[in-house]
Design a protein around this ligand. Structure first.
Ligand SMILES: C[S@@+](CC[C@H](N)C(=O)[O-])C[C@H]1O[C@@H](n2cnc3c(N)ncnc32)[C@H](O)[C@@H]1O
Length: 261
């Protein structure tokens, strides 16, 4: 397996922002340049991760027991989607997808389900949705007739405009039954255009495309879905659990949950 540690990778840079140890010199160098460009990027990462876990817990409580997380990242011991979902309902089933070989090596150790649910990991690319939905593990893990929460948290901004992020989304969601949910978080330059221009440049220097999107563009990703309250908002303002949510400008990341009717 080619791990490719000589080049920075978004999953390992994100791990570095979150204080993890699964990152290498190239990742840290690129991440430090990104932090110099947008100094509160660690806040962005923490708040988006917290949004992910809040949405999973709330959806599990509302009756959802199937989750597909695309761009799942380096596993965090005991704090992954299946950990949170199965703490609410032990029969929850999760399919994780990422395209980083390091995530693949860690997934087998850390993304293991409790005995009553299931967790599968697919090494696949978001931009090739067929490789996800046609994967045998996908059908083995999920009941096609039951609603699914599709989670694309901090992953769609790695899809450039010319690859059209809506195209894989449409393909991934087409056959999901009513009651399914779409969860997206996505970075934005709406609060600090210059800071995010610098950040896009820092990622480009490391060979990584990042495309922050404005409120209207992020809202358009939910085309055909009913966006639930409180709408597309800074992730820190999506059903916050603490009294004073962090200033959206420091977070610069939108999030929302929408329902298929
Ligand atoms: C910023 S991390 C987010 C991790 C996790 N979803 C979270 O919110 O904590 C973005 C993840 O998306 C993955 N990713 C980026 N582009 C991808 C692609 N085309 N296909 C699959 N995964 C991708 C990266 O490898 C990385 O793990």
């Amino acid at each position: 397996m080619e791990i490719g540690i000589e080049r920075a990778h978004p999953a390992r840079m994100y791990d570095y922002y979150l204080g993890g140890t699964t990152n290498f010199d190239a990742d840290r160098e690129a991440a430090d340049a990104a932090l110099a460009a947008f100094p509160t990027l660690r806040t962005t990462a923490r708040e988006s991760r917290a949004f992910l876990l809040r949405t999973v817990e709330r959806l599990a409580r509302s009756g959802i027991r199937q989750f597909v997380e695309i761009g799942s990242g380096i596993p965090v011991p005991g704090r992954n989607t299946h950990d949170v979902a199965q703490a609410v309902r032990d029969d929850a089933r999760v399919v994780y997808v990422d395209n980083d070989p390091i995530v693949l090596t860690l997934a087998q150790a850390l993304l293991t389900s409790g005995p009553h649910g299931s967790a599968a990991y697919l090494d696949a690319d978001l931009r090739d949705p067929e490789s996800i939905i046609e994967h045998p593990e996908f059908a083995r893990t999920l009941d096609a007739d039951e609603p699914v929460a599709l989670l694309l948290v901090a992953s769609l901004h790695f899809v450039a405009d010319h690859r059209d992020p809506l195209a894989p989304l449409r393909r991934l969601t087409r056959r999901l039954p009513p009651g399914s949910r779409l969860v997206i978080s996505h970075v934005t330059g709406d609060y600090d255009a210059q800071g995010w221009d610098r950040l896009v440049g820092a990622y480009a220097d490391a060979g990584i495309t990042v495309r922050p999107r404005g409120l209207a563009e992020v809202t358009a990703l939910f085309d055909g879905w009913e966006i639930e309250a409180p709408g597309v908002v800074p992730v820190s303002r999506w059903h916050p659990t603490s009294g004073t949510p962090i200033d959206p400008a420091l977070v610069s990341c939108y999030g929302a949950v929408a329902r298929k009717n």
